[in-house]
Design a protein. Structure first.
Length: 183
């Protein structure tokens, strides 16, 4: 017996295989002890009765939302009586924007401010009017209504396309974003 214990402690426990066997015995011992202490498994966990039909999370009356569905009905932007339309606001903003070169930053900002949202005024606070890349329009604005209060306007210019996002959350249409695409 003494020789067996000596062999166990001097050779087996000092090898990788011996250490792996000791770790495996400890892991299985902990798992077995935990199962004994916790008792039998809970019978209420899991699905007791299987459904006879598939469970659906989609309202069958809500319409089709797939790729091959029909295009949504055209949305017309709403304008209050007496207020300028999105086309008019886009045209006025474009005229004021194109008048930037040759004027002071403050004068340019003052012309854009009544047609812009406060967020856009803040974003354009340090903009230089000399950086306007175009000089004149080459056609009327094209509107892409997204909702009743959000419209995208594309204005063709001599050196590209000006894209304006117009919003009317509280009544009058205002420009909320300006983007430039060079042709």
């Amino acid at each position: 017996m003494r020789r067996a214990l000596e062999l166990l402690f001097t050779r087996v426990l000092r090898s990788r295989l011996g250490i792996a066997l000791v770790i495996a015995v400890l892991v299985f011992g902990v798992i077995g002890t935990a199962r004994l202490v916790s008792g039998a498994g809970d019978g209420g966990v899991g699905v007791a009765v299987r459904p006879t039909q598939p469970i659906s999370t989609v309202d069958p009356e809500a319409g089709e939302d797939g790729v091959l569905s029909s295009p949504p009905a055209a949305v017309a932007p709403k304008t209050r009586p007496g207020e300028p339309t999105p086309e008019q606001v886009a045209g006025r903003f474009t005229t004021a924007w194109l008048a930037g070169p040759g004027s002071t930053g403050d004068a340019w900002q003052a012309r854009l401010r009544p047609l812009s949202t406060p967020a856009l005024v803040e974003k354009m606070a340090g903009a230089d009017p000399e950086t306007v890349p175009a000089r004149r329009t080459t056609g009327p604005p094209t509107l892409r209504p997204r909702t009743e209060t959000f419209v995208e306007a594309l204005i063709p210019l001599d050196d590209g396309t000006l894209r304006l996002e117009l919003v009317a959350p509280d009544g009058p249409w205002l420009v909320d974003a300006v983007d430039w695409e060079r042709s």
